[in-house]
Design a protein around this ligand. Sequence first.
Ligand SMILES: Nc1ncnc2c1ncn2[C@@H]1O[C@H](COP(=O)(O)OP(=O)(O)OP(=O)(O)O)[C@@H](O)[C@H]1O
Ligand SMILES: [Mg+2]
Length: 250
Amino acid sequence: MIEIRGLFKKFGDLAAVKDLDLTVKPGEIFGFLGPNGAGKTTTVKLITGLLKPTAGTITVCGFDIASQALAAKRLIGLVPDEPFVYPKLTGAEYLRFIGELYGVALDAQKKRIPELLEMFELSDWSGELVESYSHGMRQKLVLCGILLHEPKVLVLDEPMVGLDPKSGRMAKEILLTLKKRGTCIFMCTHILEIAEKLCDRIGIMIRGELVALGTLEELRSKSQNGSSGLEDVFLSLTGGQEYAGLLKHL
Ligand SMILES: Nc1ncnc2c1ncn2[C@@H]1O[C@H](COP(=O)(O)OP(=O)(O)OP(=O)(O)O)[C@@H](O)[C@H]1O
Ligand SMILES: [Mg+2]
C-alpha cells in the first residue's frame, strides 16, 4: 500500500531522510518513532506529496506520488501534526468541503456529517467558525473528516497530541477499526504506550536513518540489555539513556 524505495530528502546540507526503504501493508498499523528532528514529519510530507524527494520513489496503492499525484492523493488521508483547518469555515462547512473534495456522495455526507460531529461531541459547535475551536476540537474535526472519506491509506503525525483522555481512547478505537477494515496506517508518535498497544510493526529513525524495524518482540531482542518495555528499547536504541548527563545544568 505504501512502498518507499531509496528515499532521500536534503534541506541544504542537512539530510533529513537518508536512503529509506519501507513497505506498509493493508490492515497494518506502522508506528514511526524517533527523537525530535529525526525526520519523521519530513517523511510524512514526502509520503503525502507535500514535499518532493531529493531522490527515491514512493507509491501509494501502486500510484507514484510524483507522477500520479492526484490518483495517489485521492486514496490518502492525512492527520498533520498541526490540525490545519480553514479558520473562516464552520465545522460543518469544513466537513462538506472534505466530502466534496474526496467525492463522497451527497446523501452519504448528509447522513454521516451529523453522526460524526455527534460522535466527537462537536454537534453544538458545528455552526461556529473553526477559528473559535480549541486545538483538540480542531484535531477532532480533522478525524471526522478522515472518517467521512475513509481513505485506503491513513498517515497520522502525532494524532493524539491535544486530545483529552476520552477522545484519545476513541481515536485508538477508530484506528483499530480502520485497521480491521484493511486501511494501511502510518503513524508518527512519541507516545510509546500507543505504539506498544496499537502498532503491528515499529520503525525507529535517528538523524534521518532507519535504525530499527520490526515487531516489538523483534526490537526487544535487538536492544542491548534485553529490555522489556518499548520505552527501554527506544532509549537503548536511540542512546536516550544518556539523558542524565544533559540534566547537569538543572
Ligand atoms: N523546511 C525545512 N527546511 C529546513 N530544514 C528542515 C525543514 N523541515 C525540516 N527540517 C529539518 O529536518 C530535520 C527533520 O525534521 P522533522 O520535522 O522531519 O523531524 P521530526 O522527526 O518530525 O521531529 P519531531 O519529533 O520534533 O516532530 C530537522 O533537523 C529539521 O530542522
Ligand atoms: Mg515531527
